[in-house]
Structures are given as structure tokens and as C-alpha cells.
Design a protein around this ligand. Structure first.
Ligand SMILES: Cc1ncc(COP(=O)(O)O)c(C=O)c1O
Length: 398
């Protein structure tokens, strides 16, 4: 085993036994609470990454811990031959809060999107009008399965994994002009993110989303909104589409929904969902009672209007504090959409900055090689925002 003397023994074992598709930080987390985390040497970190927009209520949130503990004493898994109260209650909450009437539970964003595309194709074929083409957008990110890398257009994500899924066309995000040419009588659905997070937090414009809705409706094409990263309060509304005054046909959700417990959901209307009769789709773990019990509490807490108002207040605080880094020419641009912030670095590599930040006790994530992405817990204390931004200034301004 090739050892790196800067890394602990445990971290060296990681390098020898794990598939090398990730390159995690050198330190190993030991415990975490709220928006703070401690490593095995008891060093403290402020968490601005939120597990990439997943830990919506912070680490070890007592309400979530108690929901998990309570359900874990009842039963963990019963399969979809049986149903369970937490799943029913969660679906009821999600349908009460959104356009949707039907919910399918899975375990991740990729699976939620997989279900969305299958529902779209089945919907058309069940009406004796099979359509199989999908339109997605350049710079989008929908996950890492073969379907989802085919929907995205990242060379890095696709290279070596071909053949990709056929029948996918890509439009320009925020540019409706050429979309007409891409949509045909073979188009089953258009899939779009309200904010392209992995690309660096770029919001869809109001006009673009309104025109997209109108065009898809006119042509009988389903509109799928991928809210895997934008959903569950991230944008200061329970689902981002609500900022656009549109009604989608299908919405996908994951990440923040479980507050750190894996769960995915695909939401749709009864009219569309009725094509998915028994046997058409499934997931062994989808609707897992423990995941659903935790997600019930996440949705209950995040959907409170005061909680959502606070998300927008915290966004304001971040932007106010970060603006000095733009004025001083460290960032060329800062974009935000709720507690989801992209900071473009002028002349630094984002991954180098992440490493420097670890040394100073700060966790962030990146989007590409020149954008720092912040997606902290939605209830991050203001004190932690102030402390973390002070660390960013120390790292970036010296
Ligand atoms: C918009 C979007 N869709 C889908 C996914 C894929 O989710 P998962 O990694 O849970 O499969 C992600 C993950 O980052 C995402 O940001």
C-alpha cells in the first residue's frame, strides 16, 4: 500500500480500498452538530457545504434524530408488498404542499429522474401515442446513471461510458428561441432545473420558464422540473418552481428531503400518474419507513413560512458579508438563490481553495474549477455564517 505520510492511517486505508472515483479531504470527520463538524483530532470546522445541499436542518438535528430513533424501534423495512404510515403521511404532506397528486418514492435524485422519464414515456404510450424523445439543457446536471449522464452534457461525466441513451436533444438554458426546433411530435418531455447548481448556481429566468411551460403545454409535451438540489426550501420556497408561477407536470426531489437520510421522490398529477399501474416500476428500498419518518419532519419544519422567510434573511446576510470579496476583486461574480450561493473566483482554483479552507476549519464545495458553491444547512446560525465568511476572507485575502 502506497502511504501518504500527511494522511492518517485510516485515510491511507481509504486510498487503498476505495474505488478512486472520489478525492475526499485528508481529514476524517468524527462527529457533527448543527453547522459545525469535528474531525478525529477534534479540530472544528464550519460547514458551508451542507453535504452538497443535503443536510437541510444541520447535523444531528434532535427532531430528526428522534424521528429516526422512534421509527427504528418499530420496523426498518417491510418491502412494497406492504405499505407504511410514514410513507403515506409524507406523500400526503408533499401533495398538500404542491401541484402534485401522486408520489413515487425512491432513494436518490438519479432514481427520481429515472422514474420521471419512465412516467413521461409511459404516459404517452398509454395514450396510444408513443413518444420517446427527451429535451434537456446544456450545462444541466441530473445525476450519474447512464440515463442521467445522457441528459447532462458533461464530457467528463460521459467519456468512456458510451453508448449513451438515444433520443435526447439539448437546448440552451435560458434561451427559448431555438427550442421550437428541438421539440417534435416525438418529444415526450422537457427536463429542466430551476437553478443549474452544479454549473455554478445559474437561475432560470422568469420569462424562460413561462415560455417553456407555454410551449410544452401547446405541444402536449410533459414538463419535468428537476428539484433534486433546488427543492425543500433551498430557494426560500418549498419547491423552486413556485417562484415562477407555473404548474409543472412532474417534479423530482431528493437531497435535502431526507436531511441526510437517502430518499428520492417523483411527484406528478393523477392524470399523468395513472399510467403507472402495478408492475410498471418499483424500488426495493423506495418508501423506506425510516427515511420517510425523517423526511416527514424535514418537510414539516421547512414548509413553515417563518422558516422559509429566515432562509431568505440568511441569504441576505451571506451576500452582505461576501460582497467585500467581490469589491476587492477576489470574486468576479456572486450569484445566489436562497441559501445556495455561487462565487466565481478570479484567479484561483476552486479545489485549491477547498483544501486551504479545510486547513482553516471551513467546509465548502465547488462547481467546476473556478466557482465556490455554498449550500449550508437552511437553519445555519447567523454566528456560523459570520465566522465562516471571516474564514473565507482570511483564506482568500490573506
Ligand atoms: C439537479 C440534480 N439532479 C439530480 C442529481 C442526482 O442526485 P443523486 O446524486 O442523489 O443521484 C443531483 C445531484 O447533485 C442534482 O443536483
Amino acid at each position: 500500500m502506497k502511504k501518504d505520510s500527511n494522511k492518517s492511517e485510516l485515510r491511507n486505508i481509504y486510498d487503498s480500498v476505495m474505488l478512486p472515483n472520489y478525492s475526499p479531504a485528508d481529514f476524517i470527520p468524527d462527529r457533527a452538530l448543527g453547522s459545525r463538524l469535528w474531525d478525529k483530532d477534534n479540530k472544528e470546522y464550519i460547514d458551508f457545504g451542507g453535504g452538497i445541499a443535503v443536510n437541510s436542518l444541520g447535523h444531528s438535528n434532535p427532531t430528526l434524530v428522534s424521528a429516526l430513533n422512534e421509527q427504528s424501534k418499530k420496523f426498518w423495512h417491510i418491502s412494497n408488498y406492504l405499505t407504511n404510515q410514514p410513507a403515506i403521511e409524507l406523500a400526503k404532506k408533499m401533495t398538500d404542499l404542491t401541484f402534485a397528486e401522486n408520489v413515487f418514492f425512491s432513494n436518490s435524485g438519479s432514481e427520481a429522474n429515472e422514474a420521471a422519464i419512465k412516467i413521461a414515456r409511459k404516459y404517452h404510450s398509454s395514450r396510444n401515442n408513443p413518444r420517446n424523445e427527451i429535451v434537456s439543457f446544456k450545462n444541466s446536471f441530473h445525476g450519474r446513471s447512464i440515463l442521467n449522464i445522457s441528459l447532462g452534457n458533461s464530457e467528463m461525466h460521459r467519456s468512456g461510458f458510451e453508448p449513451l441513451m438515444p433520443g435526447i436533444k439539448q437546448g440552451e438554458f435560458n434561451d427559448i428561441s431555438k427550442l421550437k426546433e428541438l421539440i417534435s411530435d416525438q418529444t415526450a418531455a422537457v427536463i429542466v432545473e430551476p437553478v443549474q447548481g452544479e454549473a455554478g448556481v445559474y437561475e432560470a429566468s422568469k420569462d424562460f420558464m413561462a415560455e417553456l411551460r407555454e410551449m410544452t403545454q401547446k405541444k402536449g409535451v410533459l414538463l419535468i422540473i428537476d428539484e433534486v438540489q433546488s427543492g425543500v426550501g433551498r430557494m426560500g420556497v418549498i419547491y423552486g418552481y413556485m417562484n415562477y408561477d407555473i404548474e409543472p407536470d412532474i417534479v423530482t426531489s431528493a437531497k435535502g428531503l431526507g436531511g441526510g437520510i437517502p430518499i428520492g421522490a417523483t411527484l406528478t398529477t393523477k392524470n399523468i400518474g395513472e399510467c403507472m399501474q402495478p408492475g410498471t416500476h418499483g424500488s426495493t428500498f423506495g418508501g423506506n419507513p425510516i427515511a420517510c419518518a425523517v423526511a416527514n419532519e424535514v418537510i414539516r419544519i421547512v414548509s413553515d413560512s417563518n422558516f422559509l422567510k429566515n432562509v431568505l434573511e440568511k441569504e441576505k446576510l451571506f451576500i452582505e458579508l461576501l460582497s467585500e470579496l467581490k469589491t476587492k476583486g477576489i470574486f468576479s461574480d456572486i450569484r445566489s438563490s436562497g441559501l445556495w450561493i455561487g462565487c466565481d473566483l478570479v484567479d484561483k482554483n476552486a479545489n485549491d481553495v477547498l483544501d486551504q479552507a479545510y486547513s482553516e476549519g471551513l467546509i465548502m464545495v465547488s462547481a467546476g474549477s473556478s466557482c465556490l458553491r455554498l449550500a449550508p444547512a437552511l437553519n445555519i446560525p447567523n454566528e456560523d455564517i459570520e465566522k465562516g465568511v471571516a474564514l473565507m476572507k482570511k483564506i482568500l485575502m490573506g
